[in-house]
Write a protein that binds this ligand. Structure first.
Ligand SMILES: NC(=O)C1=CN([C@@H]2O[C@H](COP(=O)(O)OP(=O)(O)OC[C@H]3O[C@@H](n4cnc5c(N)ncnc54)[C@H](OP(=O)(O)O)[C@@H]3O)[C@@H](O)[C@H]2O)C=CC1
Ligand SMILES: O=C(CO)COP(=O)(O)O
Length: 348
């Protein structure tokens, strides 16, 4: 199968996914909003700010005109920071005529500020169902830097429509990029978004000089509270043991590639949050997601003590050592709770 694929978002992940699609023989149109970057990609075949030292195939063409990028596309892949998804989806909706119905895919990881909505929900709100074929979430442990080097990567294509998930599996899969199908969109999106909170925390522990025991504690108990929130909103608890749960938690909670981990590390070393975010030069989704998840947990009465602690450090300038002490000295509890394993039916 050879498709025309419009990749919306010419940052690290959009560029790395474009390389996979190009490798698989598809016609790739990489859309961004920066004319200088478009010129660089089309003339020098590099995207030096987002993927330094990587040479792109000449057949990956960058666009700044969204209408031209979407013309005749069989698939449209949203790979934008969460805060840009709604605005870009609105523009896409205006350009789709309902005759050529593309498959929609998104590969972003976050929750919308204020509404706390998942990305697939935002896309469905903005693009009328009659204008596209299907919607699939592509998510898993996958640093752009490693995918661009063709390092072995596994990822999940989640959709209620398994024919659509199979289409996306076929679109992306090759000998270094293995794609699994999944039916649990809620669990995959929540696992992907919420692990970024824990990655910020893991970086902060490293920056503060804590060791491996602390890291294991944070990641394990972090996974417990991610699952608790997810299950309360209808996710399958088993999803959190999969690629977009524990898999993505490992990759971001232990790696210097992770922008969330690096931001946490700098915060742990005493740097100011605004300074850290301004100097990163790339999106750090975990900071905004911490706020969204904290508000969601408060609203629904779901216990998320690690998220609450990270929220206090990021948004209330709480002393990080004091916050850790408070976490450690909470009332003693049983390790496993039944609410983590009982699937709820609330939707976000
Ligand atoms: N990097 C990774 O390894 C992975 C990232 N992800 C997820 O993918 C999403 C995107 O991340 P990533 O590519 O890393 O982010 P980057 O910060 O590397 O790049 C973001 C890109 O989005 C562009 N952008 C921002 N707002 C708009 C807009 N309104 N219209 C058009 N373009 C816009 C930026 O353009 P400009 O340069 O002009 O600001 C930039 O090209 C995130 O949700 C992230 O969590 C998922 C898996 C892996
Ligand atoms: O989600 C990612 C890898 O799976 C990338 O994480 P960061 O956004 O923290 O770099």
């Amino acid at each position: 199968m050879k498709e025309i694929v419009a990749v919306l978002g010419a940052g690290s992940w959009g560029t790395a996914l474009s390389m996979v699609l190009d490798e698989n023989g598809h016609e790739v149109r990489l859309w961004g909003n920066d004319p200088e970057q478009q010129k660089e990609i089309n003339e020098k075949h590099t995207n030096h700010h987002y993927l330094p030292d990587v040479v792109l195939s000449e057949s990956i063409i960058a666009f700044t005109d969204l209408e031209k990028a979407l013309e005749g596309a069989g698939a449209i892949v949203f790979v934008l920071p969460t805060k840009a998804i709604r605005a870009v989806a609105k523009q896409v909706a205006l350009l789709l005529d309902g005759k050529n119905k593309p498959h929609l895919v998104h590969a972003s990881k976050g929750l919308e500020q204020d509404s706390h909505k998942r990305i697939s929900v935002i896309i469905q709100e903005e693009i009328p169902a009659e204008k596209y074929d299907s919607l699939v979430v592509l998510s898993g442990p996958s640093h752009a830097e490693e995918v661009a080097k063709k390092d072995i990567t596994t990822i999940t294509a989640a959709s209620e429509n398994q024919v659509a998930a199979g289409y996306v599996q076929k679109l992306f899969m090759n000998n270094y990029f293995r794609v699994y199908r999944n039916t649990d969109i809620i669990g995959v999106e929540l696992g992907a978004a919420l692990k970024n909170i824990i990655a910020v925390g893991a970086g902060a522990l490293h920056g503060l000089g804590y060791g491996d025991n602390a890291k294991a504690a944070l990641m394990t108990r972090g996974l417990a509270e991610i699952s608790r929130l997810g299950v309360a909103f209808g996710a399958d608890p088993l999803t959190f043991f999969g690629l977009s749960g524990v898999g993505d938690l490992i990759v971001t909670g232990t790696s210097v590639h992770s922008r969330n981990w690096r931001a946490g590390d700098l915060i742990g070393k005493g740097h100011d949050l605004d300074e850290v975010l301004n100097n990163m030069g790339m999106v750090v989704e975990g900071v905004a997601t911490t706020k969204a998840a904290y508000e969601l947990a408060q609203e629904k009465g779901i216990e998320m003590p690690i998220t609450e602690a990270i929220y206090k450090v990021l948004y209330e300038k709480a002393d990080v050592k004091q916050v850790i002490e408070d976490l450690m000295l909470r009332e003693g509890k049983a390790e496993l709770s039944s609410e983590t394993m009982e699937k709820g039916n609330k939707e976000i």
